[in-house]
Design a protein around this ligand. Structure first.
Ligand code: IMP
Ligand code: ZN
Length: 363
């Protein structure tokens, strides 16, 4: 369940956004696709606090500011990457990974997300007998516990309200071998619900060249790729990412003129994370967000949350921000969502089901 403090915060933000009392429930009721959400960025504040006081973490967390760090609503990029190790130290064993997966799905279900691509970095931890593969199995156990449809070509099952796919992330702190292992794992588990590979992590860390062999292998195998791109200024890396032609790109905030034109020419769909980009200061303010330029240029875009737990947001709230700051109507938001079905990494059968859901809503 959403915590009381998060609900209050969302309500007050909605008030600040001047979204009418009528519009919020409509935005919430709208079917939505979430294509960019990190598992450990989805963890509820209440769960983190619960785990922090429990016996769940064998690794000592000595930070006396832990509670204030967890409770903080407004974090810079640096603070976000300070919090992730804390979250990771609390979500180490298989049972906790299963729990946070189930809870993340429950939160997206409450927000009427009908298709979710959840991404996470498979982790190894000898202390807990965890390998990258067993970590992924623990995530699947969370899918099972939440009762969602996640396997390729899965028939719609009674009482299962959401289609979910898993993307395996390569963290920019990892080496070439670890990146290769993640791609291999994604390939091995492609029929079990793993639909693609993502490159993410602190954008100030790591060299693109380290990940290129693994990402090239993914392309050769036909594993769909999405890359975090341009969170900080790095024109060379952006050019090389575009040259690889991934299926999607995340963020694209800090692009120079030449790279911006190359992006528009490429037609590569962009995962837009409004709150995340402003909070992490990749974009100076909501009004200056490049979403407007991409949307007006009819470039394929999809609204996403990135880390709804970390940024105390939801997809409904991101839609409300798009409505208020960029003047999108409910119909335009719904049409944008329907278009994004084509940017998912789902199989054709699932895409057809999703088109049916959006067509019903459009009527
Ligand atoms: P996990 O992969 O489930 O552990 O989710 C947390 C991880 O997602 C972080 O350690 C980062 O590697 C990545 N991540 C979350 N938010 C961002 C972001 O805004 N930029 C880049 N990477 C991110
Ligand atoms: Zn992200």
């Amino acid at each position: 369940m959403m915590t009381k403090e998060k609900k209050n915060w969302i309500n007050s933000l909605a008030a600040q956004l001047q979204v009418s009392a009528m519009q919020m429930p409509l935005l919430k009721a709208m079917p939505k696709l979430e294509l960019h959400a990190h598992l450990n960025g989805c963890v509820r504040t209440s769960t983190l606090l619960d785990l922090a006081v429990g016996e769940n973490s064998k690794e000592k967390i000595s930070n006396t500011d832990l509670e204030s760090l967890i409770r903080k609503e407004d974090r810079s990029l640096t603070e976000c990457f300070r919090l992730f190790p804390v979250i990771h130290a609390l979500t180490t064993d298989h049972a906790v990974v299963t729990r946070i997966t189930r809870e993340a799905i429950e939160d997206f279900l409450l927000d009427n997300v009908v298709y979710l691509e959840l991404r996470t970095t498979p982790k190894c931890n000898d202390l807990y007998g965890m390998s990258k593969r067993s970590y992924v199995e623990a995530v699947f156990a969370g899918f099972e516990a939440a009762g969602v449809m996640y396997k390729t070509d899965c028939d719609v099952q009674d009482g299962h309200r959401m289609h979910v796919r898993l993307l395996l992330s390569i963290d920019r702190r990892e080496n070439a071998e670890a990146a290769m292992n993640t791609v291999q794992l994604a390939w091995d588990m492609r029929d079990r619900g793993v639909a693609g590979v993502d490159l993410s992590g602190d954008p100030a860390i790591g060299n693109w060249e380290t990940f290129l062999p693994a990402l090239t292998l993914a392309k050769e195998l036909g594993v769909p790729l999405t890359l975090h791109c341009g969170e900080v200024s790095n024109p060379k890396e952006v050019r090389e990412m575009l040259a690889l032609q991934p299926r999607r790109l995340g963020h694209v905030c800090c692009l120079e003129e030449a790279e911006w034109r190359a992006l528009l020419d490429s037609g590569i769909p962009v995962e837009i994370c409004l709150t995340s980009n402003v909070r992490t200061e990749s974009v100076s303010s909501m009004r200056d967000h490049h979403f407007a330029a991409l949307y007006n240029a009819k470039h394929p875009v999809v609204l996403c949350t990135d880390d709804p737990g970390l940024f105390s947001t939801s997809l409904t709230l991101e839609f409300a921000i798009a409505a208020t700051c960029f003047g999108l109507t409910n119909l335009e938001l719904l049409i944008m969502g329907k278009s994004a079905i084509n940017y998912t990494f789902a199989d054709d059968k699932t895409k057809l089901i999703l088109h049916g859901i959006f067509d019903d809503a459009l009527q």
